[in-house]
Design a protein. Structure first.
Lengths: 307, 270
């Protein structure tokens, strides 16, 4: 049960990344690889803030998110103002962030041993002791209270993030942003500053990725400069699985399905590892999975056309 | 009043693909008038419209609308004064957003967009009423994605959206050319209604002589980036589609003669 809870916690934390990928991939129709850099940026910023000790748990989430937003804005400016191909803009910023992350941490990884993270604050709030291995019963199974609290907190944060995104995309500005991705000519003709919308949208997307990274570092107890690698594909997998699970395409459902997709994908990975998949193969499997998810609908469509 | 002064635009200057799309277009359009622009393919009629809309910035000349200098404003800033309908019915609406969401974006044209819900109850009621006035039965499908509608339905909605907050200028770029005749007639009728009801200043590009004769108060013919004919008042009223065809034939003949004449001149004098 404790293992399963851990899977859920990871799933919820990474669902924030999935929400970010949903914005770039589904609203602006390109996979913004800046997310890999900003996830690590969020993690390293959070780790440094947490080890500094003088910042509260909210600041250790908010400041990394802002850092991610700045990274996304740079990608947006490169793409819109300097007319650099969207993918290339993302690659440039992601690559630059690798060095920046090393500078932020001063080394390639930071361990959070016995530091006060948002998870320990939450435990304190629920008066769960850090040292004692208290257990709780969930659906008749005994599980570590700490893990249960972590899963609950991750769930709350993922829901809050999802709700915030849902609200934002439903506002006048959010609608203009979606129109920018959907039909730029129409958006511009109706007075939407499309460049600004792309910059702002990538900002929001990368703020989500960085937030996810900050939580990941807090939960796992370390930040590593490499932790972003492969994360974009992970986010894509979540979004795509979510879409398969939930056929409805409205914004609310899209966000919910991305969160669900993240959990489901994490579960699949946990099961695969459990049944003896070599952990080294994980990224290969993830990539193949996303490839299959992208190709199969096309094959299906082709076959239907031929009939 | 729209004042165009000596507009010039050359695409791909200094390359073999150089095209002088506008070469000195000057034009004044009175408030509340309906002007039709006619021209052959590549004559520069759509370019003229796009120059006003701000799709590109002109090389020289000035564009002034009701005293506001638009010449160097980007497209989205001009949009607060200008409503547009495109030739392609798919260009004017966002296919993966609902009818209501599309209308919400249009209803904010020229206004400051805020962090407030786009589909408030009051807005939805207004959307319902206005869409109902199209008489296309779309008012009950406000939550459907626009991508599921036909080209004609989308074009009618684009027109509704362009006229939502009474634009100072309505630009119509062959907006019925891609529709079947029946739908085109319906969209044209709607166009006429909106222009008459709100007293809009409209600028319509077409290559249908019949449309040009039936609609508007003034016909401007464009050829090679220049205005070659300008009919208004009684001249316009007495104009028949046949007369316009003849003018077009004239242009075609000129096009045939020009290169030949230059060959002869070359042979004789160079």
């Amino acid at each position: 049960m404790t293992l399963l809870l851990g899977t859920f916690t990871m799933g919820f934390i990474l669902s924030l990344l999935a929400a970010g990928v949903l914005i770039s991939f589904r609203i602006f129709n390109f996979a913004d690889i800046t997310a890999e850099g900003s996830l690590a940026l969020g993690a390293s910023t959070a780790a440094v803030l947490i080890t500094a000790g003088s910042f509260g748990p909210a600041a250790a989430l908010f400041i990394p998110a802002m850092a991610g937003a700045a990274a996304g804005a740079i990608t947006g400016v490169l793409h819109t103002k300097f007319k650099i191909n969207a993918l290339l803009s993302g690659i440039l910023v992601m690559t630059a962030l690798y060095s920046i992350n090393l500078h932020v941490m001063g080394k390639s990884n930071v361990a959070l041993m016995n530091e006060q993270t948002i998870f320990t604050y939450f435990n304190k709030l629920l008066s769960i002791s850090e040292s004692a291995n208290k257990t709780v019963l969930i659906l008749g199974f005994s599980a570590s209270a700490k893990e249960a609290a972590a899963a609950a907190l991750a769930f709350i944060l993922a829901s809050a993030g999802g709700a915030l995104l849902y609200w934002f995309l439903g506002t006048e500005i959010g609608a203009a942003m979606r129109a920018t991705g959907d039909c730029p000519q129409m958006a511009a003709a109706l007075g939407v500053n499309t460049d600004l919308m792309i910059i702002a949208g990538l900002s929001v997307a990368n703020a989500f990725a960085a937030l996810s990274g900050a939580l990941l570092a807090s939960y796992q107890g370390f930040a590593d400069v490499q932790m972003g690698i492969g994360m974009l594909v992970w986010g894509l997998a979540s979004v795509i699985i979510g879409e398969t699970l939930v056929r409805e395409k409205s914004i609310g459902f899209a966000i919910t399905s991305a969160i669900m997709g993240s959990i489901f994908f994490r579960l699949l990975v946990a099961i695969a590892l459990r049944f003896g998949m070599n952990p080294n193969d994980m990224k290969l499997m993830t990539a193949l999975f996303v490839l299959a998810a992208l190709v199969l609908p096309q094959i299906y469509k082709l076959r239907r056309k031929n009939c | 009043m729209l004042e165009l002064k000596c507009l010039h635009k050359t695409f791909n200057p200094g390359t073999p693909d150089e095209v002088k799309a506008l070469s000195g277009v000057s034009l004044t359009i009175a408030d509340g008038s309906f002007t039709v622009i006619l021209g052959t393919n590549g004559s520069g009629k759509s370019t003229l419209l796009n120059a006003v809309a701000g799709t590109f910035i002109v090389d020289s000349g000035s564009i002034v609308l009701n005293g506001t200098d638009l010449t160097h404003l980007p497209e989205h800033r001009r949009a607060s004064h200008i409503g547009r309908v495109f030739q392609n019915p798919f260009s004017g609406t966002a296919p993966n957003m609902t009818i209501a969401e599309n209308l919400a974006i249009a209803s904010m044209r020229g206004k400051k967009r805020r962090f407030l819900t786009a589909l408030s109850r009051g807005a939805m009621r207004e959307f319902y009423d206005r869409v109902k006035s199209l008489n296309m039965g779309l008012e009950d499908r406000l939550d459907n994605n626009i991508g599921s509608l036909s080209g004609g339905q989308r074009q009618a909605l684009t027109l509704l959206m362009a006229c939502w907050n009474r634009p100072d200028l309505l630009l119509l770029d062959e907006h019925t050319a891609a529709l079947d005749p029946k739908t085109a007639a319906k969209v044209l009728e709607l166009t006429k209604n909106y222009i008459e009801k709100d007293g809009l200043t409209a600028f319509m590009v077409t290559h249908s002589m019949q449309q040009a004769v039936n609609m508007g108060e003034r016909i401007i013919m464009v050829y090679k980036g220049k205005i070659i004919h300008d009919f208004s008042g009684a001249d316009k009223k007495s104009l028949k589609a046949k007369d316009l065809y003849e003018l077009f034939e004239d242009i075609k003949r000129r096009e045939l003669i020009d290169p030949a004449a230059s060959e002869i001149l070359k042979a004789n004098y160079v």
